[in-house]
Design a protein around this ligand. Structure first.
Ligand SMILES: NC(=O)c1ccc[n+]([C@@H]2O[C@H](COP(=O)([O-])OP(=O)(O)OC[C@H]3O[C@@H](n4cnc5c(N)ncnc54)[C@H](O)[C@@H]3O)[C@@H](O)[C@H]2O)c1
Length: 380
């Protein structure tokens, strides 16, 4: 079988998840190409060497430019701090590589648009790491919405809340830098915006509010000196969708007690769906018209009947995990590249175009918060 040579930039939280996914995907799914972990780059040669050995890459380099220019590399996977997404992706596209980039796509909407335009002009496959969309229970949620079983969607209340920055003594990191797309809205709000778009459709207008709760953080763990923080710790927005539904979006990284509350309630005229990533092998469904006194939500547990779950486990209720979502994500990339190599037109989802739309809504929320008024997304 033909191979697909992977070049990975960054070996932190997400770099490791990318490596695991590329290693696992061929054994789980019937794919047109076999991914090969080839070249790993990190901020310096020593870090790259250590990570390449640990993650099973054949080669390493301390310079991402060398990775992007390497003729053997077919796919450039970007798992670096956000400010490097655009330069690495643009260089990779110019070299004719397919690109798998972590979210948020870029640090500015202009960069995101340039990345999308370059990828489309060059005809490479792109994929962005909105892995939560790949959950079999989210596929089920979308299927229920599209079937009309809960009627017309009228409302979406979405939140992505965690508490990893709740302690004001948590040090300043790249996630706090404005020019690194810092802040809760970009970092985790982008995930719930992607989910809203995936299930309800495009957001057309927003009224946003951003809030910096901790205006200074230690320069490093335990340090007495602090560095000012200007990015948002929490963000809220009222939103209107193209299909007439309305709703709210919240993002917070200081939500005490919440470890992974990427959650929503989606309300239709005949029922509702409720979900939280903290219990992501479950979907709660309400359909109106139940018998009086026994009317209520029921919990559907993930099993092999749900898309992609069966590749991991033949038994219902045994549950899949976070890294499995990344593996399902990578499957879409390999399939799309396989189709393109076979001469067919194909795209992975969500690609740079989809991610650009998500960036646009996030930017509209920022403009709205700054100008303290509703913003039509089309004007951004
Ligand atoms: N999809 C998700 O669920 C998810 C979760 C976490 C993070 N992310 C995204 O993944 C990206 C990385 O986040 P993370 O949590 O893995 O960060 P991290 O800090 O754990 O890892 C970043 C990696 O990039 C490397 N790096 C820094 N500068 C570099 C350079 N010049 N050249 C090469 N490598 C360099 C670092 O050494 C490190 O290995 C971000 O864009 C983030 O938003 C996505």
């Amino acid at each position: 079988m033909d191979t697909l040579t992977i070049g990975l930039v960054g070996s932190g939280f997400m770099g490791r998840a990318h490596a695991q996914a590329f290693r696992a995907v061929g054994g789980l799914f019937d794919l047109p190409l076999t991914p090969v972990l080839d070249l790993l780059s990190d901020r310096d040669a020593a870090t790259a060497a250590q990570a390449a050995a640990a993650l099973g890459f054949r080669r390493h380099t301390g310079d991402w430019r060398a990775l992007v220019a390497d003729p053997a590399v077919d796919v450039v996977a970007i798992a670096t701090p956000n400010r490097l997404h655009a330069p690495i992706a643009l260089a990779a596209i110019a070299a004719g590589k397919h690109v798998y980039c972590e979210k948020p796509l870029a640090t500015t909407l202009a960069d995101a648009r340039a990345m999308m335009a370059a990828a489309e002009a060059r005809g490479v496959v792109t994929l962005v790491g909105f892995n939560y969309l790949k959950n079999p229970m989210i596929a089920l949620a979308r299927e229920i919405v599209e079937s009309g079983d809960i009627g017309t969607v009228t409302g979406f209340r979405g939140i992505h809340a965690e508490d990893f920055m709740a302690d004001p003594a948590h040090p300043f990191t790249w996630r706090c830098e404005p020019d690194n797309a810092g802040g809760a809205l970009a970092d985790i709000g982008s995930h719930i915006l992607a989910m809203a778009r995936h299930l309800v459709g495009d957001i057309t207008a927003v009224a946003g509010r951003l809030h910096t709760v901790h205006p200074g953080r230690p320069v490093m763990a335990g340090a007495a000196g602090t560095r000012p923080v200007t990015v948002d710790d929490q963000a809220h927005a009222l939103v209107e969708f193209a299909n007439g539904a309305t709703g709210t979006i919240t993002a917070s990284w200081i939500a005490q007690g919440r470890k992974m509350q990427l959650a929503f309630e989606l309300v239709g005229t005949k029922g509702s769906i409720a979900f939280t990533q903290e219990r992501f092998n479950e979907l709660r469904l309400y359909q109106s018209g139940g018998p009086a006194g026994r009317d209520g939500f029921r919990t559907i547990v993930a099993g092999p009947e749900h898309r992609d779950y069966g590749a991991f486990c033949p038994a219902p209720g045994h549950q899949i995990g976070f890294n499995d979502l990344k593996t399902i994500e990578v499957k879409a990339l390999v399939e799309a590249i396989g189709a393109v190599r076979a001469g067919r037109k194909a795209a992975a989802y969500p690609d740079f175009r989809d991610a650009c739309e998500i960036e646009r809504v996030a930017e509209a929320i920022r403009v709205s918060a700054r100008e303290r008024r509703w913003i039509e997304v089309a004007t951004v």
